[in-house]
Design a protein around this ligand. Structure first.
Ligand code: G2I
Length: 460
């Protein structure tokens, strides 16, 4: 379901663009409808990607702004409206109005939504800023649970945790009230988010993680590798990519993206802006993303220069008057020249080694299955990894005997037979074909206790 949600959003955007063309033609509107490949979103969708922008609810009444938004983009990220201070201004009192305005604007037009952000040291409401210890840990987890549950099914990817690593040469965590609740606060947030919305992709998001040689980049990389090895539910890493003179684009950016992707996560460029908006640099960023099959989308941090948090740096694709800048043309051309990734991604893992240590070597032919479980009191989420043996397979069936008292309530990326006791799981249309030695994942949520699950796998 998680992959399906990305793709459904892309397809819906293309379909809506087509429907819009039809309606525009029938109503004899004077503006020509946008054909695929002539807007950022349509061009990205042809490459199985999205092209998004940060959106501020306060600007949705500006028709010059919404004209560009609706024409060019197929993904949106609320710029401030889903942050903790906006969604839980008083403890236990949630406020979703501005976020919903953006979500409704986007989804009614076939755009997907990235959620930003559930846990962050910054933009905390004052009640949270003054908390610490177990009270803060519980408040943070409650916030993650409440907000991810509220938007369940509407957000394709969440920046679950934002900016938790320190700048500079330490490569370690940033000091914050959240960090002081214990080093496991990040994984606790991811587990809570998965339980609240099992269908959403869960991302770690940060800035100044573009340069592969920087300590901060390596610190985040090591955390993601550790999470994958231990079955912490992380699906993606967001690279904010605010490039400026102090923190410029570097040519090893592609190495950074591909190295993280090789850990088994999607990578996304989440807040792109470039001081001065060099067309060549924008082109390089897009080419780098398209070169990495698991780089599945790019978001710019605002539409017009006047919408930017760094307006004086004129870092965006549109002038303040709404006209396209040379960087826009460079991005569109790069999108149209790009290659289409295969699905599922099949690029071989690169240095360093990437297979989670928990995955056993696949047998000859056939398939193997492994399960990682996120258990909490009264329920669990199981993620099942199906790995083809030495030959490609065109379908698979996994058998799982659930212990008594465990009942499946929800599942994604597989067809299910049985909800308790002996259960059987078969591939859905898009994940039956698995290349030799390659893997695919499905998951389910259940009430009760998982205990030790020993799956069987049969290939077809
Ligand atoms: O700082 C740039 C971005 C870095 N990565 C995380 C992003 O969430 C962050 O976005 C920016 C927004 O673009 C700004 O719009 O986050 C800032 C706050 O950390 C946002 O600025 C805030 C101002 O500080 C507030 O005074 C203002 O009330 O925007 C608020 C709403 O306009």
């Amino acid at each position: 379901m998680r992959n399906a949600r990305w793709k459904a959003a892309s397809r819906a955007a293309v379909a809506l663009a087509g429907a819009g063309a039809l309606v525009a033609g029938m109503a004899l509107f004077t503006t020509a409808p946008a054909a695929a490949g002539t807007t950022l979103g349509a061009s990205a969708a042809e490459k199985n990607r999205y092209f998004g922008t940060a959106v501020a609810a306060g600007r949705l009444s500006d028709s010059a702004y919404t004209t560009i938004l609706n024409r060019e983009f197929n993904s949106v990220t609320p710029e401030n409206e889903m942050k903790i201070d906006a969604t839980e201004p008083q403890q236990g009192r949630f406020s979703y109005g501005a976020a919903e305005q953006i979500v409704n604007h986007a989804r009614s037009r076939g755009m997907s939504v990235r959620g930003h952000t559930l846990a962050w040291h910054s933009q905390q409401p004052s009640w949270m800023e003054s908390m610490s210890g177990t009270a803060l840990r519980s408040a943070m987890l409650n916030h993650v649970t409440q907000v991810a549950t509220h938007f369940r099914g509407q957000v394709v990817a969440w920046d679950v945790v934002n900016e938790a690593f320190a700048d500079g040469s330490s490569g370690g965590r940033r000091d914050s009230n959240l960090q002081r609740t214990g080093n496991d606060w990040i994984e606790a947030a991811f587990r809570a988010a998965r339980a609240a919305d099992p269908g959403a992709k869960l991302c770690y998001n940060d800035y100044n993680t573009d340069n592969w040689t920087h300590a901060k980049t390596q610190g985040v990389y090591n955390m993601v590798r550790d999470f994958k090895a231990r079955g912490v539910p992380i699906d993606c890493v967001g690279f904010q990519s605010h490039f400026n003179n102090e923190s410029p684009y570097v040519s090893n950016y592609r190495t950074t993206l591909s190295s993280f992707a090789a850990l088994g996560v999607d990578v996304q460029i989440t807040e792109l802006d470039i001081q001065g908006a060099s067309a060549a640099t924008y082109r390089s960023v897009v080419e780098d993303c398209l070169a990495v099959p698991r780089c599945n989308g790019i978001t710019v941090w605002g539409i017009r220069d006047s919408d930017s948090w760094r307006a004086s740096q004129t870092p965006l694709l549109f002038n303040s008057n709404g006209s396209k800048k040379p960087a826009y043309d460079a991005v569109l051309a790069a999108l149209n020249n790009g290659t289409t990734p295969t699905d599922p991604p099949t690029d071989p893992p690169t240095d360093p080694p990437t297979d989670p240590p928990t995955t056993p070597p696949p047998g000859q032919g056939g398939c193997t299955a492994t399960v990682s479980v996120n258990q909490w009191t009264g329920g669990f989420v199981a993620t099942v990894r199906v790995t083809a043996g030495s030959s490609a397979i065109s379908g698979w069936t996994v058998g799982i005997a659930l212990p008594s008292g465990a009942t499946v309530t929800n599942a994604w990326n597989a067809n299910r037979s049985g909800s308790s006791g002996a259960t059987s799981w078969t591939n859905v249309a898009y994940n039956g074909r698995v290349g030799a030695g390659q893997s695919t994942e499905y998951g389910f949520q259940a009430n009760g206790t998982a205990g030790t699950i020993t799956p069987t796998c049969t290939a077809s």
